[in-house]
Design a binder for this molecule. Structure first.
Ligand code: SF4
Length: 438
């Protein structure tokens, strides 16, 4: 078992310090994990999502199934290689569930196999890649928010549930090095429903997500001193101009204003337009003080998936490598669109919550085509036509790196051993076979 220099070992118990948790996109890197007889027996702090992440009390009968039948990993690799060779339109997706190293190996495989390569998460709209290339936006690390933000607006996000240690590490409850401890942070929330996060806010505005656009236009108009029709704003949004003015006043008078947005902000039909408007508004605020946008992304490593595709192809998401060079189509080469439009004849993917974001037609098509499935959690996805590899879980059973949701790359530790194969080794073996047949 690998152990770091400051770990204390007693009999068959090892305590690992400063462990990075990949239970959500916060990637907290301060955990203490105790392992006895190769079982994780204690996690401090005992965050609920971390407990799920480090729970490896699974008893897989096999690490590989071909068409639902037990097989060796070597047989699985040989079968998967054949499926790749026979495919004319292979999709590689679900990449946010693995390490950056494995994502790079998948990009190599996609290149040699001439596949579609996509890093989007169908369950979480993230327009940042596209907006970075259009209008741009001002952002910051979570550490900067912790130490400097004296006003925080949570919009369409409930980190109390989705990122359980966000408050203690990065926002409401975190002590800020450059903040006056006698002055509590201003905390505001806008959301379509009352949440655990909105209950912590000094001001909460209930707003239907389809009206985000109008409220953002109003904020921008206030920042630019434009004339506003108060009656029209209220009748369209159900929110008074005084309320929006109050949000604007508090955020514009802060020294450092942080807009923390989430799924109910970006996940609507007009999510990208909302993000661009917020980016405009934040630029206006930066004329007199500091303001930033932080996206509370889904975890664990969708940022890594987007980054790897951008490094390797120059494009922020869905590319087709069939022509021998990357062909970019931001709307139609995404996992959701390719499956819904039935444009792929095979798929290689990591299991995860991302499949919940697929429409019925897309999900049905995914289960119609031959599949090469890699899973680092116990899964019910056993392809009738294809291969399932049960693989080691990153950050528990194998090392690697992942990107935190603010684009900071962090190393993962291995805290227990496993018989399960490493996903990266499987992908590298497939790459070798695909290269040999080309
Ligand atoms: S907040 Fe997320 S990353 Fe941090 S300990 Fe909990 S599950 Fe792990």
């Amino acid at each position: 078992m690998t152990s770091s220099a400051n770990n204390s070992t007693e009999l068959n118990t090892t305590t690992f310090q400063d462990v990075t948790c990949a239970g959500c996109a916060c990637l907290c890197d301060d955990l203490k994990v105790t392992v006895t007889d190769n079982r994780v027996v204690q996690i401090e702090p005992a965050c609920e999502l971390a407990k799920i992440h480090f729970n490896c009390d699974h008893h897989f009968e096999t690490s590989c199934l071909i068409n639902g039948h037990h097989a060796t990993v070597e047989e699985g690799i040989a079968h998967a290689a054949k499926l790749i060779e026979q495919s004319n339109a292979l999709l590689m997706c679900g990449l946010g569930e693995t390490t950056t190293e494995t994502q790079r190996a998948i990009a190599d495989l996609a290149d040699v196999a001439g596949a579609y390569l996509d890093g989007t998460n169908p369950a979480f709209a993230d327009p940042t890649g596209v907006v970075s290339q259009t209008t741009g936006y001002i952002t910051a690390s979570l550490g900067e928010i912790r130490h400097r933000a004296d006003a925080i607006l949570f919009w369409g996000t409930d980190p109390a549930i989705t990122h359980p240690r966000h408050f203690e590490r990065y926002s409401i409850d975190a002590p800020g090095k450059f903040l006056d401890p006698s002055k509590p942070r201003t905390v505001l929330a806008i959301d379509s429903e009352t949440t655990a996060t909105s209950k912590r806010a000094q001001q909460f505005v209930k707003l239907s997500p389809e009206n985000n656009l109008i409220v953002l236009q109003t904020l921008l108009a206030l920042a630019r001193d434009n004339k506003i029709d108060a009656a029209a704003v209220e009748s369209q949004t159900g929110v008074s101009l005084e309320t929006i003015q109050s949000i604007h006043t508090q955020m514009s008078q802060a020294n450092y204003a942080a807009f923390i947005i989430g799924k109910r902000f970006t996940g609507n039909a007009n999510g990208q337009a909302c993000f661009e408007l917020l980016a405009d508004y934040v630029r206006e605020l930066n004329r007199t003080n500091r303001a930033i946008i932080s996206l509370n992304r889904a975890g664990p490593n969708w940022v890594g998936a987007a980054n790897v595709i951008a490094w390797r192809t120059g494009y922020p998401r869905g590319v087709n490598l069939a022509a021998g060079y990357p062909q970019y189509d931001p709307e139609n080469n995404t996992t959701a669109a390719l499956l819904q439009q039935k444009r792929v004849d095979a798929a290689l993917y990591f299991t995860g919550d991302w499949t919940h974001g697929l429409c019925t037609a897309a999900r049905e098509h995914l289960h119609t085509v031959p599949q090469i499935v890699l899973s680092n959690h116990q899964t019910k996805t056993v392809p009738k036509n294809g291969v399932l590899f049960q693989v080691a879980r990153p950050g528990v059973e194998t090392t690697g790196t992942m990107y935190r949701m603010d684009e900071v790359s962090l190393p993962l530790k291995q805290v227990r051993t496993t018989e399960l194969p490493d996903a990266g080794a499987i992908i590298q073996a497939l790459y070798k076979l695909a290269k040999d047949t080309n």
